[in-house]
Design a protein around this ligand. Structure first.
Ligand SMILES: [Zn+2]
Length: 56
């Protein structure tokens, strides 16, 4: 299940209120509010994910 990077909630793609293409992946958000927060400062939320795969 995708995780909303803003509030860290697991959401199903069918229930996502919004999606956003960020680099090579599509992110899903529980609400438009979370999407807006993400768009205002994406790096903050992406760093929080601890995505080790992206560290080359
Ligand atoms: Zn959310």
């Amino acid at each position: 299940m995708p995780i909303d990077p803003v509030c860290k909630m697991e959401i199903s793609i069918a229930d996502a209120a919004a999606s956003h293409d960020y680099h090579t992946e599509t992110l899903y958000f529980c609400s438009i509010d979370c999407l807006r927060k993400f768009e205002s400062d994406p790096a903050v939320y992406m760093d929080d994910m601890g995505d080790e795969e992206r560290i080359a």
